[in-house]
Design a protein around this ligand. Structure first.
Ligand code: NDP
Ligand code: GUE
Ligand code: MG
Length: 310
């Protein structure tokens, strides 16, 4: 059994995203070592964070830590919530123009007064390590080479680790966002799965989910998916990150839960990701991989072998 799969008595096997992400990070690190000679410098990821959302600050701190641990250069730009849209666009333009920057990530969500589409479309597609620009999305739809969104890449990697060849499996993705749901559908389609994208207008979501060999929950509603929704033996990938009150831990305490009721679903599924420690850590792993890939492609080099086959 691989490091990423942990057997649990009388229930599903745990798909350990933290262990899997350590492997993905080490591939990124090997890619950095292979590229630094030919580039004459380390690959570099720039992260832009606008506003004071504490959860976003935690993710960004994790990203910076793992970027540096992999041997890459990290640039962190933090701005107050009242930053103007034009000023943010100017920051992205400066990062586009800087030849020493390979990857640009603008943390979502942005404050309401900023048009996210305009900011995203400012990012040079060659540096779009989040895979969020129209150019990256178009390349994904067409099956052309390009940078793929990180969270969906992590989902596919975990599913392949659990199941091997995914051909013919029915994947139900709950959620159709540009960041997660839609690209997850396309990446599973590329794996020859039969894909259904569900959303807030979907009829009989429990009945639909019961036909899923692989269920991807990317909704943002704490523990919405119940045990009865799960097909026995299914693989459940819980993308949701929800912070809820946890009075049992003491006054004012909170805990993280996914979009799936883990206790219930683990009684039906064959494989399941926990929250935390599931899909979340994989997202950052593929962000590092994408930065290595972007650095290689921008220099006209092939992807280093360590990150070519993930
Ligand atoms: N683990 C990780 O690395 C990451 C985790 N996340 C987490 O994943 C979750 C989803 O993120 P994101 O895709 O950005 O969220 P969005 O809010 O952009 O999208 C949520 C989707 O869920 C659908 N939805 C909402 N309510 C229901 C419902 N009752 N039944 C069925 N579908 C519903 C919406 O449908 P409609 O389109 O009809 O409105 C929408 O398509 C969040 O918890 C987020 O924090 C996000 C990114 C990375
Ligand atoms: N442009 C953009 N790209 C993103 O990829 C993006 C974004 N904006 N905005 C927010 C969401 C969310 N997201 C997460 C990444 C890692 C964890 C992660 O590592 N989570 C840990 C726990 C973290 C904790 O304890 O809070 C885990 O699940 O084990 C979670 C969530 C990326 N997102
Ligand atoms: Mg992503």
């Amino acid at each position: 059994m691989s490091d990423a799969i942990k057997s649990v008595d009388g229930a599903a096997s745990l798909l350990d995203g933290k262990a899997a992400a350590a492997l993905i990070d080490s591939r990124a690190q090997a890619g950095v070592e292979a590229l630094s000679g030919p580039l004459g410098r380390a690959p570099c990821l720039a992260v832009v964070l606008v506003g004071e959302d504490p959860a976003s600050h935690v993710y960004v701190r994790n990203k910076v830590k793992r970027t540096e641990a992999s041997g890459m250069r990290s640039i962190e730009i933090k701005k107050p919530a009242d930053l103007s849209e034009d000023a943010l666009v100017a920051i992205v333009e400066d990062l586009n123009a800087d030849p020493g920057v390979d990857g640009i990530l603008v943390q979502m969500p942005l404050p309401d007064h900023i048009d996210s589409r305009r900011v995203i479309e400012t990012i040079d597609p060659d540096k779009d390590v989040d895979g969020l620009t129209a150019a990256s999305a178009g390349r994904l739809v067409q099956g052309a080479p390009g940078l793929r969104p990180c969270t969906p890449s992590g989902c596919v990697w975990l599913a392949r680790e659990a199941l091997g060849d995914l051909s013919g499996l029915h994947v139900v993705v709950i959620g159709r966002s540009i960041l997660v749901g839609k690209p997850a559908g396309l990446l599973f389609l590329e794996q020859n799965c039969t894909v259904t994208l569900a959303h807030s207008r979907t009829k009989d979501l429990p009945g639909l989910c019961a036909s899923a060999d692989i269920l991807v929950a990317a909704v943002g509603r704490p523990e919405m998916v119940k045990g009865e929704w799960i097909k026995p033996g299914a693989t459940v990938l819980d993308v949701g990150i929800n912070r809820i009150d946890a009075p049992e831990r003491g006054e004012g305490k909170t805990r993280l839960v996914g979009d799936v009721n883990f206790e219930q679903a683990a009684q039906k599924a064959a494989f399941i990701t926990p929250v935390p420690g599931g899909v979340g850590p994989m997202t950052i792993g593929f962000l590092l991989v994408n930065t290595v890939r972007a650095a290689a492609a921008r220099a006209g080099l092939d992807y280093p072998a360590a990150v070519a086959d993930l």
